[in-house]
Design a protein around this ligand. Structure first.
Ligand code: HEC
Ligand code: HEC
Ligand code: HEC
Ligand code: HEC
Ligand code: HEC
Ligand code: HEC
Ligand code: HEC
Length: 410
């Protein structure tokens, strides 16, 4: 039914407030449905979806409900969100977290009128208060927070680190200064959200600044961020329910190994690359060279960091070099949350390395993990050289651990 598709095909990338949008759409939908009925009598149609039309995750539910349901638990989907009023932040209520910079300067996480703030005190006197407006990070490792200042997003000084179950200075912030104006730029959002409308505007001679349209932000990494715009796919399959092969969407198994890896590498090959054009428009099958200036992947830096650069680390492994087929999905199922299930991950190793054929020494074979947990020995956790964080009152910074993707004998 064309009427049904009008109600479901909408461009989510133009609006982050899906609920309000849906309500609007019901009203518009009804009007459009009537107009389209009328138009059909007049023997003409509505504008069809194009390859660039986004449909939004709601639309996928109709035909891919189990995937949508399981995907909602995945850290990608939870990697950014608006912080609502009355939301408890990491279990903290009023006056529950105090971060002391020195004898005079303190930051306190406080609740006021149902909303949470980071409040700066100098010798016990309040200087300023900044609200928790958005969060970045699923919290698997960390939450970092931002607040809106007009059409700019600024990072709050304190982040929450799950490993220590506590607040600490945001990565890169010194222990003796309170920064309140560091921007959360479009680049963070390109990896941690699905869309943001960003403009570069002149800011004095030879300088530009970014302006971000608040209402345009689509939180989390949604289906179409990985699969590309699916408006036409949805429209086609609603109109042709008998068709069982996917149309108007990139089919993964037809992609080359490089294309498959690039579809993850767009966000997983380091946070320090120079961008040619916004990666929000990247879709499977595209070439990363059209988006980044610097070399990436296999030819990138000699010592890539465990944070954010799984692509280069993996490319340096014998498994990757000699298997010719290994890519991210050889081990990861992005619709599920496999976090911490090292037995399931070890099965992926065993699919290429039958345990009986591995030349483990007697000492290794004596280890109880040898049949069920390949990961802790061959992909151990390593400290990032890029990220560390500062606990109150500690001279040294704390380390931030991640799994290395250089699979090897350690
Ligand atoms: C009206 C039904 C329908 C809707 C709505 C729908 N799809 Fe599909 N989709 C299909 C059918 C049918 C297939 C082919 C069978 C299969 O793989 O499940 C398919 C396959 C796919 C594939 C598999 C491509 C591959 O690698 O084989 C992807 C990805 C996909 N859809 C994404 C989406 C996304 C994203 C949405 C929501 C924006 C969506 N679909 C909404 C019917 C639908
Ligand atoms: C749009 C950017 C983006 C794309 C594309 C992307 N990722 Fe991610 N990925 C992220 C971010 C951001 C995180 C951190 C999520 C969090 O906040 O915990 C992440 C986390 C992960 C994790 C750790 C969490 C978990 O699920 O266990 C894995 C594994 C992962 N990505 C694999 C992949 C694979 C495989 C692909 C390609 C199929 C891919 N990613 C594509 C941005 C992306
Ligand atoms: C982080 C990237 C990523 C996100 C986000 C993502 N997918 Fe996928 N999807 C993949 C990859 C990679 C494959 C192919 C490999 C595989 O089967 O795991 C795939 C395969 C599929 C398939 C075909 C195979 C199957 O499992 O049936 C469908 C349908 C699909 N995705 C729909 C969706 C829908 C709907 C959403 C949103 C709820 C979504 N995807 C979100 C990366 C992603
Ligand atoms: C090129 C993509 C990219 C950019 C740019 C990027 N990140 Fe990330 N970020 C990731 C990936 C991938 C992960 C998870 C895996 C890892 O750390 O390697 C991650 C992890 C995180 C986490 C921890 C999430 C968790 O709970 O595990 C936070 C918080 C975070 N990023 C904040 C930011 C902020 C703030 C910015 C901007 C200053 C930023 N990121 C820029 C890709 C990116
Ligand atoms: C797609 C198939 C494939 C998968 C999956 C795979 N490997 Fe490999 N691995 C290979 C190949 C091929 C080699 C190279 C063998 C050779 O050249 O002798 C290799 C080599 C190795 C080596 C020797 C490395 C060295 O530097 O000498 C180790 C250790 C290893 N793999 C462990 C693992 C572990 C652990 C996993 C799971 C996390 C895994 N592999 C997953 C194919 C794979
Ligand atoms: C041979 C198997 C294998 C391959 C291939 C692989 N990974 Fe992983 N990956 C793992 C394992 C195992 C973990 C640890 C899972 C856990 O602790 O829950 C992991 C963890 C991650 C994490 C989270 C890191 C952390 O410490 O929290 C990210 C992000 C990730 N992988 C991305 C990727 C990307 C992107 C690719 C492709 C370039 C890829 N992986 C290829 C096995 C693999
Ligand atoms: C207790 C740590 C440990 C565990 C657990 C472990 N390995 Fe190893 N692995 C080693 C060491 C050490 C070597 C080097 C040879 C030796 O000393 O045993 C090695 C060597 C290898 C090699 C290279 C030798 C060859 O046959 O080519 C492969 C492949 C390998 N391991 C795969 C795996 C897989 C797959 C698993 C999980 C089923 C696993 N390992 C579990 C420590 C471990």
């Amino acid at each position: 039914m064309p009427e049904a598709s009008i109600l479901t095909v909408y461009n989510s990338k133009n609006n982050s407030n899906l609920k309000g949008y849906r309500r609007l759409f019901l009203i518009f939908g009804l009007i459009i449905a009537m107009v389209s009925l009328f138009a059909q009598c007049m023997n003409s149609g509505r504008a069809p979806a194009t390859e660039k039309t986004y449909a939004g995750m709601e639309a996928c539910k109709q035909c891919h409900a189990p995937i949508v349901e399981s995907y909602l638990q995945n850290p990608h989907q939870q990697t950014s969100a608006a912080v609502g009023d009355d939301q408890i932040i990491n279990g903290h209520g009023a006056h529950s977290a105090v971060y002391t910079f020195d004898a005079h300067v303190k930051l306190i996480v406080e609740k006021r009128d149902g909303k949470m703030f980071q409040v700066l005190y100098l010798d016990g006197k309040e200087q300023l208060a900044r609200p928790f407006d958005i969060k970045i990070g699923s919290g698997e490792k960390a939450h970092t927070y931002g607040y809106w200042k007009g059409n700019q997003l600024k990072q709050l000084p304190l982040s929450y680190f799950s490993a220590i179950r506590s607040w600490a200075n945001s990565p890169g912030y010194p222990a003796d200064k309170v920064y309140l104006d560091r921007p959360i730029g479009a680049r963070c959002l390109e990896c941690h959200s699905s869309f943001a409308d960003v403009k570069s505007v002149p800011d004095g001679p030879l300088k530009v600044k970014e302006e971000l349209k608040q209402s345009s932000l689509v939180y989390g990494i949604d289906c179409e961020r990985c699969h590309g715009p699916a408006g036409k796919h949805v429209e086609f399959h609603l109109e042709n329910p008998q068709e069982k092969t996917a149309k108007f969407i990139a089919v993964y198994k037809t992609l080359s190994r490089q294309q498959k890896t690039d579809a993850c590498a767009v966000c997983h090959s380091g946070t320090d690359m120079e961008v040619q054009k916004s990666t929000f428009g990247f879709k499977p099958g595209d070439d990363l060279k059209d988006y980044y200036f610097r070399p990436y992947g296999a030819v990138a830096k000699k010592s890539p960091d465990v944070h954010g650069n799984q692509t280069s680390m993996l490319a340096a492994s014998k498994c990757f070099i000699n298997s010719k087929t290994m890519e991210c999905s050889s081990c990861h199922r992005t619709h599920e949350n496999l976090k911490g299930n090292l037995t399931a991950y070890s099965q992926r190793c065993i699919s290429c390395h039958a345990t009986a054929t591995i030349k483990h020494s007697p000492a290794t074979l004596a280890n109880a993990m040898v049949k069920t947990n390949c990961i802790d020995c061959h992909m151990p956790e390593q400290a990032s050289n890029l990220i560390s964080f500062q606990l109150a009152g500690k001279a040294k910074t704390s380390k931030y651990f991640l799994r290395t993707h250089r699979i090897a004998i350690y």
